[in-house]
Design a protein around this ligand. Structure first.
Ligand code: 9MR
Length: 448
């Protein structure tokens, strides 16, 4: 499996980075009042997120690193950065075979000096291609794209925590189809080919698919991306995460089912990231909801806002960010920091990923959801007789099962489902009992 070629310990690296930046944040808050009973009340976004095992980041325009007002806020508040434009294809390979890493390297250096994690954006995209690539097609384009992925991921190897390997490859609207582009016309497998090349070039980076308008669980585009990720996981295509850009600007709004979208992607066995957040007029409620939704989903690793001050935004007339043009904190900033400080740490471990070498793989497919309960089905591959251990978060309870023989531990929260000759897919219904966000986690799949 492609995944087995990954170097061990990269999640330890992320954890260490977050702990370090949490410690920096705590030092920075040394004089702050810590309320009895609360873990702490961090005074910056990054420090507070880090205490909850998350990051809080921003897009950075490298030219603004010369603006000291900008850099002061960047260094104080954020523990993750994404290059707003400097790691795009046209920036890194303006002429074929001629790579220009100057600006991107400058950002990476700045981030490293401040203990910030770096998200690479983006290896393959229909947009912001240099002229020479726009004019290509067929095998020539496919090979040029793969070469770009390989060269760039190799150049930054060891410095990038997550790569947006492919960006915005699906159409808006009701079709659920891939977006037409020169890359798409090289064959439907261009996306998985890019992921495989990226994994080979940098086995330590987590590899993400990133898109906008995949926030509303009911949208055809969301469902289409979900099916692609499900397919990739079932075939061993090396994908680790999905980025929801979450531009709630330009007429697109925060959807009330956003948490369902995050938890549904996570249930496929990938991390989720909120990668380009901005919200028209920066309403406190919507910003608070986004933070609470991320904190409610253990695999939501962090939030990146798409710029620091309103004046830095690609949609500056909508004033969608957390700081105003003078660099002052807006009410949305206070709402975000309070929501982070109220949040709890995610459960330890990574129980949705079955341990390797167990002889089979269990893939979760979320089923129908009602007001008080929801269905889940689990498909086992790699063995015809098996046992799968599924953990439920109390007070949720499994109320019925089908197509397997279940046994339970003493808490009633951990079910071992054994094959009973009725095929490789079993299912169950879970009563929410007041917790509508938790979803079952696969602990193991054992053959025999
Ligand atoms: O914010 C970026 C802006 O400065 C660029 O002109 C634009 C060009 O495509 O890209 C913007 O960033 C986009 C990101 O790379 C992908 N998702 C949508 C973002 C906003 O357009």
């Amino acid at each position: 499996m492609a995944n087995s070629s990954r170097a061990p310990g990269r999640s330890r690296r992320l954890r260490a980075a977050l702990v370090v930046s949490a410690a920096v944040g705590l030092l920075a808050t040394a004089g702050a009042v810590v309320l009895p009973g609360s873990a702490s009340a961090a005074s910056t976004l990054g420090a507070s997120a880090a205490e909850r095992g998350r990051y809080f980041g921003t897009a950075v325009a490298v030219s603004r690193l010369n603006d000291s007002a900008y850099t002061t806020i960047l260094n104080r508040e954020f523990n993750q950065v994404t290059a707003e434009n400097e790691m795009k294809i046209d920036a890194l390979q303006p002429n074929q075979g001629q790579f220009n890493y100057g600006n991107a390297d400058r950002l990476v250096q700045h981030a490293r000096s401040q203990g910030m994690l770096v998200r690479g954006h983006t290896l393959a995209w229909h947009s912001q291609q240099p002229g020479w690539m726009q004019n290509m097609s067929g095998t020539t384009l496919r090979n040029a794209m793969l070469n770009h992925v390989t060269q760039v991921a190799t150049h930054f190897r060891g410095q990038i925590e997550w790569w947006d390997v492919v960006n915005e490859a699906f159409q808006d609207g009701s079709s659920g189809a891939r977006r037409d582009s020169n890359l798409q016309r090289t064959g439907n497998d261009w996306i998985e080919a890019a992921f495989r090349a990226a994994r080979q070039a940098d086995p330590n980076a987590d590899l993400c698919y990133n898109d906008y308008n995949i926030d509303n669980w009911n949208d055809a585009k969301t469902q289409a991306v979900y099916r692609m990720v499900q397919d990739f996981k079932s075939r061993g295509v090396p994908i680790d995460c999905v980025g929801l850009q979450s531009h709630f600007t330009g007429g697109s709004n925060y959807p009330s089912n956003y948490r369902t979208t995050l938890s549904s992607f996570a249930a496929l066995g990938v991390d989720v990231h909120i990668t380009e957040l901005d919200i028209r007029n920066a309403p406190t409620d919507a910003y608070r909801n986004v933070v609470n939704d991320c904190l409610a989903v253990a695999r939501c690793k962090g939030i990146t806002v798409w710029g620091i001050r309103d004046s830095d935004s690609w949609r500056s007339s909508e004033n969608p960010l957390l700081f105003n043009g003078s660099g002052q904190k807006k009410p949305a900033y206070d709402a975000v920091l309070a929501a982070l400080n109220n949040g709890t740490a995610p459960p330890t471990g990574n129980p949705t990923t079955p341990p390797p070498g167990a002889g089979c793989t269990a893939t979760v497919t979320p089923g129908q959801v009602w007001g008080d309960r929801y269905n889940t089905s689990v498909t086992v591959s790699g063995a015809s007789t098996w046992s799968v251990v599924v953990a439920i978060t109390a007070p949720q309870k499994i109320s019925s099962t089908w197509s397997g023989n279940p046994t339970w531990d003493s808490s009633g929260n951990v079910m071992t489902m054994r094959s009973n000759g009725s095929g490789n897919t079993f299912g169950f219904t879970t009563m929410m009992n007041g917790n509508s966000s938790a979803r079952p986690q696969i602990r193991s799949c054992t053959a025999g």
